[in-house]
Design a protein around this ligand. Structure first.
Ligand code: AMP
Ligand code: MG
Length: 271
């Protein structure tokens, strides 16, 4: 059942994604928050063990790319899923508007520097996909430039995968109405004011263009070595569960093992 949820949320290579056909309210096998939270807790325990093994074995690495519209829950997801991991061997990189220095380099330069080393889990809060999303929606480079990037990104990710990196790409899918409610909540609650940015309202006006840009990125860049997953994210508890399940399934497939000692413990006497 669980593996099939992972398979169901994965975009098949070559699949033509229409986000209107992906229900952001979908909650899979769950009808209530409590059951989903219990199942998530079990997954986080498994994730802790899997990540610890990855760190000990120092052979594989895992890159988790997170993309979403504002308020869809990238930060909340990171908070929930990270609690299932040891901070040693796990790091988050948030990609903001590129600096002058970064703009003078190729767009993958800053990305490559942040990928996880062997034994590590790296989480990207936004990523190189912004270079075919915000950049496309706001015409920050000509179409002749951004339209080549899908293939460049596929080649880049293929190269990373060939070095032993496992790549999982997560799109948190919320409805436009859900975003409206979450933005309103940020205005209504003084403790959430810090999360509100008037610029988010400007981006919201481009909702349909963003959906089209996401559909292209999801359709063109879901590959066997770096699949995209579309996560129904209107319900936060399902969002957290679904991502925890995908990570458990992905890491379990690596067949990691604890490293064998290079000594025989029986031969060693501590005096
Ligand atoms: P936040 O994640 O809410 O802190 O916002 C980061 C902002 O940086 C978002 O508005 C992104 O669209 C923007 N950003 C990230 N990467 C790029 C990029 N490559 N080019 C332009 N803007 C970007
Ligand atoms: Mg923001």
């Amino acid at each position: 059942m669980n593996e099939s949820l992972t398979a169901r949320l994965r975009i098949k290579p070559g699949q033509h994604v229409k986000l209107a056909r992906h229900d952001p309210d979908f909650t899979g096998p769950f009808t209530n928050k409590k059951d989903a939270k219990d199942a998530t807790k079990k997954n986080l325990d498994k994730l802790f063990e899997l990540q610890y093994k990855m760190y000990a074995e120092n052979k594989h690495s895992l890159l988790v790319v997170l993309q979403a519209m504002d308020t869809a829950g990238k930060d909340g997801l990171i908070r929930h899923v990270m609690t299932g991991m040891n901070p040693q061997g796990c790091h988050v990189t948030s990609f903001k508007k590129p600096s002058e220095r970064e703009l003078d380099q190729d767009y993958l330069w800053r990305i490559h520097q942040a990928v996880p080393a062997k034994g590590e889990v790296g989480i990207f809060n936004r990523s190189h996909y912004e270079d075919v999303l915000v950049v496309r929606v706001h015409d920050l480079v000509p179409k002749t430039v951004w339209s080549k990037r899908y293939e460049e990104i596929n080649q880049f990710e293929h190269y990373l995968a060939s070095t032993g990196m496992t790549i999982v790409k997560i799109f948190l899918h919320i409805s436009k109405n859900e975003q409206k409610q979450r933005l309103q909540a940020r205005l209504d609650d003084p403790l959430k004011h810090w999360k509100f940015s008037p610029a988010d309202l400007g981006e919201r006006k481009h909702w349909n263009e963003y959906m089209r840009a996401y559909e292209d990125a999801l359709s063109k860049c879901s590959t066997p070595h770096a699949p995209w997953y579309v996560i129904p994210a209107n319900e936060k508890w399902f969002r957290n569960y679904a991502v925890s399940q995908i990570l458990v399934d992905t890491m379990s497939r690596l067949r990691m093992s604890w490293p064998k000692p290079t000594f025989d413990p029986k031969d060693i006497k501590i005096v």
